[in-house]
Ligand binder design. Sequence first.
Ligand code: ADP
Ligand code: ADP
Ligand code: ZN
Length: 217
Amino acid sequence: MRIILLGPPGAGKGTQAKSICNRYSIPHISTGDIFRKNISDNTPLGIEAKKHIDRGHLVPDELTIDIVKDRLFQEDCSNGYLLDGFPRTVKQAEALEEFLISRGENLATALLIKVPTEFIIDRMTGRRVCPACGASYHIKYNPPVNEGKCDVCGSDIIQRKDDTEATVRERLEVYDMQTEPLIDYYGKKDLLSIVEGTRAINEVFESICNILGSDKK
Ligand code: ADP
Ligand code: ADP
Ligand code: ZN
């Protein structure tokens, strides 16, 4: 099962990705998490990515595409995977399609989590994340059991540097310009499914499971 998650920043992609990947036993591939790991390890990739991420801009396509391809070549992706935050441009979508064709593979679906802009600022400024395992929390809507600590791994949770109101507004503009066209791209290929992302986290997950079905591969 190969799945793409689409949706604006704050739609709940990371939150739902964790549950989907648990349920279907597939790896969660988040380009944002890969970049953040490289930033904290101070790798050349991290240093380059940070310049763009801090401004709310996208990391250049060539760099991003190479990283995702490297990841998809790994053994644990052979039975499927969930891509969270990739593709984000038509160029990335075309590169993914080429990659899949070259391996005789296809996508199960591109799942769009639909959330109107007026929800986003509140979600993003209240977001807290675990730098160790990538789990996502919200101070109001999804607080951890022990304040300030990750439920999954116990690490201290933090606020991302790019989750300020100004950067989120910039990211929303980038989404509208560069990522939203993918809705049409996958719609035309008959690969798009849509879930309403404004309901509670567990209700959104239920709709996703209804779309993906009980099939595990
Ligand atoms: P994305 O990966 O799409 O940017 P996240 O999964 O990190 O989004 O979610 C953004 C913020 O919104 C987080 O703080 C998360 O806890 C919260 N959130 C996610 N889904 C919901 C929901 N259905 N209702 C309310 N808050 C949510
Ligand atoms: P969110 O889901 O909150 O929007 P992510 O964690 O997916 O954020 O991504 C954080 C940042 O990493 C993005 O704002 C962007 O700068 C960069 N990034 C992540 N994925 C991509 C991608 N596919 N192409 C280019 N830049 C990316
Ligand atoms: Zn954690």
